[in-house]
Write a protein that binds this ligand. Structure first.
Ligand code: NAD
Ligand code: UD1
Length: 355
């Protein structure tokens, strides 16, 4: 299968590129490097010994995307490109809505004009809002988001679902009256907390500035870039008082994309899948596990709760197992081992050396 990964130079995209190539699929990547480096793709090629077709373009730019997609004519688009920092989205909602919504609309317009049918989208468990008690199943109603980033995911899911509906006539053929050359197949993947790195240590998460998320923060404390972690609250109603999340190894997540793209190629309609492990861990359990992996304790202090945090979030991942034949196989010890391997060999991320 020919795949095109928007945002493929980013954290999850680069790991998915490895998994796709290793499963025997072809990979093209479009990225504008707003939050990544082309070096990630060189390393994907090094890991796999295979070539990636790389395009430097803004996925919201229709002219460029028409040119790239006409040249590639992929069997499946996997749409990772987007801005993803929750706090930044509160400060810069206009940029977040413009980028995340526009990239998706541009892709849909190009797909309609070129007769491309399959798209897999990077969504998030954040769309469940705060109304449900975990584990979350895919049929739980979507909730109210607490920030613009979350709303962009919520809206992009809706836009893709509506486009799929308009693309398919009642007999299952393309709805040509609505301008479609083929019915769409849309797969919405709701990620829980992607963490870890490829086991080679060549690719991993490379956040700009001070990390917002737990695992990159812990990794940077462990490697000496930061003094200590602040644990956001230990007065939650959980066994150790800290919040619980469903941390999924990024290579498990990547392999989930291979299954999702293969599924999209053989089905029509819109399907939603949680990609999580189904097992929650607390903040302090993650700190302990990382200490075991790196061989020394990770310094932390207990701080105030972070606004917008939910106490508990984890997946019911049974649908992906039943329908896609996929389930996560790596646990927190592998997550921490691989995150540490990446961080300790690349203390300043891509294109940088030394501490
Ligand atoms: P990332 O920032 O590492 O990757 C996103 C990539 O998209 C980057 O390479 C960036 O340069 C590129 N990009 C952004 N806007 C673009 C544009 N207009 N044109 C071309 N390229 C553009 O983030 P990630 O962690 O790999 O996340 C990938 C996707 O998964 C995102 O859509 C994100 O919202 C979603 N997601 C991530 C998480 C997570 O915890 N990492 C959780 C849920 C969902
Ligand atoms: C956050 C986003 C979510 C997004 C996800 C992407 C918020 C409120 N939610 O989820 O929308 O989809 O990232 O991965 O930002 N923690 C600390 N100290 C830190 C950092 C985090 O104690 O320095 C704790 C948090 O309180 C939380 C857990 O670690 O309990 C995980 O945090 P994080 O990695 O930011 O992920 P989420 O909050 O689950």
């Amino acid at each position: 299968m020919k795949t095109l990964l928007t945002g493929g130079a980013g954290y999850i995209g680069s790991h998915t590129a490895v998994a796709m190539l290793e499963a025997g699929h072809e990979v093209a990547v479009v990225d504008n490097y707003v939050n990544s480096s082309a070096e990630a793709i060189s390393r994907v090629e090094k890991i796999t010994g295979k070539k990636v077709s790389l395009y430097d373009a803004d996925v919201a730019d229709k002219e460029s995307m028409m040119e790239i997609l006409s040249a590639e004519m992929p069997d499946c688009i996997i749409h990772f490109a987007g801005l993803k920092a929750v706090g930044e989205s509160v400060a810069m909602p206009v940029e977040y809505y413009r980028n995340n919504i526009d990239t998706t609309l541009t892709l849909l317009e190009c797909m309609r004009e070129l007769g491309l049918s399959n798209i897999v989208f990077s969504s998030s468990a954040t769309v469940y809002g705060e109304d449900h008690i975990p584990p979350f199943t895919e049929d739980a109603t979507k909730g109210m988001c607490t920030n613009p980033y979350g709303w962009t995911k919520w809206m992009q899911e809706q836009m893709l679902t509506d486009a799929q509906f308009s693309s398919e006539a009642s007999d299952g053929s393309a709805n040509t009256a609505n301008g479609w050359k083929t019915p769409l197949s849309v797969v919405l993947l709701r990620y829980f907390n992607p963490v870890g790195a490829h086991e080679s240590g060549l690719i991993g998460e490379d956040p700009q500035g001070i990390p917002n998320n737990l695992m990159p923060y812990i990794s940077q404390v462990a490697v000496g870039r930061r003094d200590h972690l602040t644990v956001f609250g230990n007065d939650y109603d959980t066994p150790d008082g800290t919040c619980r999340r469903d941390y999924i190894h990024v290579m498990d997540l990547a392999e989930g994309h291979v299954k999702a793209a293969e599924y999209a190629d053989t089905h029509k309609g819109t399907e939603v899948f949680n990609l999580g492990t189904g097992s929650p861990y607390s903040v302090l359990e993650m700190v302990d596990a990382f200490g075991r992996a790196c061989g020394h304790a990770v310094a932390y202090e207990i701080g105030a709760r972070r606004a917008g945090d939910v106490q508990d979030s984890w997946a019911d991942a049974s649908k992906a197992k039943a329908v896609l034949g996929w389930e996560a196989s790596r646990g927190i010890d592998e997550i921490c081992r691989d995150a540490w391997n990446w961080q300790s060999h690349n203390p300043q991320g891509y294109n940088k050396t030394g501490l």
